[in-house]
Design a protein around this ligand. Structure first.
Ligand code: BES
Ligand code: ZN
Ligand code: ZN
Length: 495
């Protein structure tokens, strides 16, 4: 869909091309493109401002049907995100002109060439996305069929950058599609099969445990959460192995509640509307595993995905129920809507016991409280490892899947005390719900180097964003990939 193309000979059918225009600096070397950009950049209705575009029909200097100029603003404000958004604006402009194909002139003079080229590629791929399976009208299905990056001779570096970006962004699109899928189509068994099919296609090792095995293995918290549903739970494990015998192992745990009604602690209708997205952690983790397999990263990866549907019924678990988790700790379930931490507890225990990873990260749409703290676009990052917290923050700044470090104060553990069991799944305090949820998880990670990412805010968007339509955002795939590939030489603990 996105490829390098050569400038077609003038005799070939002219097409629509995109040029990026900066307010103050020329970005193209040849005088024709530079001259055009300068001229158009001065038009008062365009001014090369970010979020502005300008169409030029026919032009004597270039063999094109139409030129789309996309504003970038001032060069001092350049960042990868400016380029992602500009590339997305190009896709939107072309779609509004009912185009099916465009050619994009990559800027040639760029201060941070690789980072900005990568951002343009990301914007082009991620913006050309729409969930159209259920729409009948053709009009709603339009996407660009081909996007060409025009280069006389793409360098080896540019080609490998494109290959990596395609691997990652198409994995992000997959994650989005799983999150946006309606909950009637992804009940636990169906989701397990969907994810495992996608993973197998990339050469990942896959195993699925069903209810019987989960009973045998004492995944009692996962079983308790799922018992109100007519659908059985499942536990999916995906593995990627490098050939390097010295490679470290990273474990990722992704929450997969295929629909969170709250159970007997039922959610109000308005809060339930987007609860098909409560498996976004699993979508991110699977997308990441696919990206890692495609690009053959140099560490081993284990993904553990507990899957259940949280429903109220005569067989549902009750507030007050006590279950003995896989780790042996007893848990009093005081709120059945705090189900994410329950299924994650068993999954974390399984990973610690069976895989002994060098690093473990769980990704979950865990708390509304995290959205209150950080809003809809920033994920909460909980870890006691300061180097890991910094690495998360840096990876977020570069991918614009942002995270913010959150505390794990030991004295807050008192809020999780239960009168009858080892721990309660509900905090006795009204406040700090994202923190107490993270502290609950911490009880199940033992000595493993660990981080918890609460993606309740950024996993789903009810309104279309610059390069993401309404629905699942695929948040986490690019972030975790950046994090793990930059950490991979140094996966040893730092404290
Ligand atoms: N899945 C929700 C968290 C959530 C809320 C995700 C909004 C995305 C958007 C989670 O299972 C939940 O219901 N958490 C409760 C916990 C509470 C009962 C302690 C919450 O945040 O209200
Ligand atoms: Zn819930
Ligand atoms: Zn939930």
């Amino acid at each position: 869909m996105l490829t390098f193309i050569k400038e077609p000979a003038p005799s070939k059918a002219p097409a629509t091309r995109v040029l990026f225009v900066c307010e103050d600096t020329p970005l193209y070397k040849d005088s024709i493109k530079a001259g055009l950009c300068e001229k158009i950049g001065q038009l008062p209705e365009f001014e090369a401002k970010p979020d502005k575009s300008y169409f030029l029909m026919e032009c004597q200097e270039l063999p094109v049907k139409r030129l789309i100029f996309i504003g970038l603003g001032k060069s001092e404000n350049f960042s990868p995100e400016i380029f992602r958004k500009a590339a997305a604006a190009a896709v939107k402009a072309a779609l509004s002109a009912k185009e099916e194909e465009i050619g994009v002139y990559l800027p040639e003079i760029l201060p941070e060439k690789e980072a900005f080229e990568e951002a343009i590629m990301e914007g082009l791929i991620l913006a050309n996305d729409r969930l159209d399976t259920y729409k009948k009208k053709d009009e709603d299905k339009k996407l660009l069929k081909k996007i060409g990056l025009i280069a006389e001779k793409a360098t080896a570096k540019q080609k490998s950058l494109l290959e990596k970006t395609l691997a990652l962004c198409s994995a992000t699109l997959l994650a989005r599609s799983w999150v946006s899928m309606p909950p009637n189509e992804k009940r636990p068994k169906a989701l397990a099969e969907l994810l495992s099919k996608a993973a197998k296609k990339e050469g990942l090792q896959v195993s699925i445990m069903g209810k019987k095995e989960l009973e045998k293995e004492k995944f009692n918290c996962l079983l308790a959460v799922s018992q109100g549903s007519t659908a059985d739970p499942a536990f999916l494990v995906l593995k990627y192995q490098t050939s390097n015998p010295k490679a470290k192992t990273v474990a990722l745990v992704g929450k997969a509640i295929t629909f969170d009604s709250g159970g007997l602690s039922l959610k109000p209708p308005a809060s339930m509307k987007t609860m098909k997205s409560d498996m976004a952690g699993a979508a991110a983790v699977t997308g990441l595993a696919i990206a890692c397999a495609r690009t053959k990263v140099d560490f081993n990866l284990v993904c553990a995905i507990p899957i259940a549907e949280n429903m109220p019924s005569g067989s549902a678990c009750r507030p007050g129920d006590i279950v003995v988790s896989k780790s042996g700790k007893s848990v009093e379930i005081l709120n059945t809507d705090a189900e994410g931490r329950l299924i994650l507890a068993d999954a974390l225990s399984w990973v610690v016991e069976n895989e002994k990873p060098d690093l473990m990260i769980d990704v979950a749409t865990l708390t509304g409280a995290c959205m209150i703290a950080l809003g809809e676009e920033i994920a909460g990052c909980f870890t006691q490892d300061s180097a890991l917290a910094h690495a998360f923050h840096a990876a977020g700044q570069s991918t614009w899947e942002r995270t913010w470090p959150m505390p794990l104060p030991e004295d807050y553990e008192k809020y999780l005390k239960s009168d009858f069991a080892d721990i309660s799944n509900l905090s006795s305090s009204t406040y700090g719900g994202a923190i107490t949820a993270a502290l609950f998880l911490k009880e199940f990670v033992g000595e493993t180097r660990w981080a918890h990412l609460d993606i309740a805010g950024p996993a789903y968007t009810s309104k279309a964003q610059a390069y993401c339509p309404a629905g699942g955002t695929g948040f986490g795939v690019r972030l975790l990939y950046k994090l793990l590939t930059t950490l991979s030489e140094n996966l040893t603990p730092t404290g």
